[in-house]
Ligand binder design. Sequence first.
Ligand SMILES: Nc1ncnc2c1ncn2[C@@H]1O[C@H](COP(=O)(O)OP(=O)(O)OP(=O)(O)O)[C@@H](O)[C@H]1O
Ligand SMILES: [Mg+2]
Length: 327
Amino acid sequence: MPESAIVAEGLTKRYGSLTAVDHVTMNIPEGRVFGLLGPNGAGKTTIIKLLTGLTDLTEGEATVAGFDVRRQPMQVKMRIGWVAAEVILDDDFTAWENLWLQAKLQRLPEWKPRAEALLDYFDLGARRRDKVKTFSTGMRKKLEIALALLHRPAVIFMDEPTIGLDPNTRRMLWQLITGVNREYGVTVLLTTHYIEEADALCDDISIIDQGRFVASGTPSELKGRVKAEFIEIETSAPVEDARLAALPGVSEVRSVGRSRSLRVTSAEEVLPRLLAAIPADQIRRINVEKPTLESVFMDVTGHRIEEDAGGAHDFRKFYMNVRRARQ
Ligand SMILES: Nc1ncnc2c1ncn2[C@@H]1O[C@H](COP(=O)(O)OP(=O)(O)OP(=O)(O)O)[C@@H](O)[C@H]1O
Ligand SMILES: [Mg+2]
């Protein structure tokens, strides 16, 4: 049995009357990639802050890498790495100087062989003497992860590691995170509001909304819980939602851009009815979708991750980019 990398029991954080994290319980075995998936303001960053000792718990307890975050914060800090959403690199320093600075900040005595190995691992060896301001976004991300790994942490925390990245860089980063997890055996806890990212990257996911875990499991376990499929249809002439909603087997009709998305129990049963209801020459596109983590989120919360303020823009932008990249 693997040891637990992170254990939390009744983890709670209140800011005045607002409960940002509300009795969260988790047990993450060593060596996993664990994702916290949720909309803006759900409490993701606060959970990371609680587990890394950046903010005090209001209630509950947690251990990270075997140490109590409240009673042994220094022990915890020595065993964790942190990749923030914000830029942490010094642009006027070279890659090597950034590693040197990190080693100084953490008072690491023997850091050079490790730094060299990390630069090689991330394919940055040839650029080690170049200033970071000459680096691409992908190279910066690699260096940030190298910094986080320099002191051989058991657990690394990544808060929205791919936010705002273009699809290619994002995919590159997914591979990198998986690679680092396997190669260095480091447990990864990451946060994201990208459904596709959580699905592609994480061994286990907890879906979080308003400070609470609303569902947890592997991506396929979570998706297996939703007994719904979606038919997306785009027509050349407008079709009234009410007509679609009246078809037997359709439980909900939503607009998704120029198309309608029908929530159905079985696409196989509803498709013939749909095709009978709409003249064939008016159908531009028809598409059947199996449950996604978005459907899981909707099922348990009644709203969509992307509907929440702030995140919506990023989410749509991401999907538009992915669509473009696929075309
Ligand atoms: N220092 C603080 N003081 C008061 N309220 C805070 C503080 N930090 C966070 N909050 C509130 O706690 C809630 C959770 O915030 P948190 O940053 O953890 O969300 P998040 O899931 O990381 O969101 P995002 O996706 O936008 O990063 C929000 O309502 C936020 O406004
Ligand atoms: Mg956050």
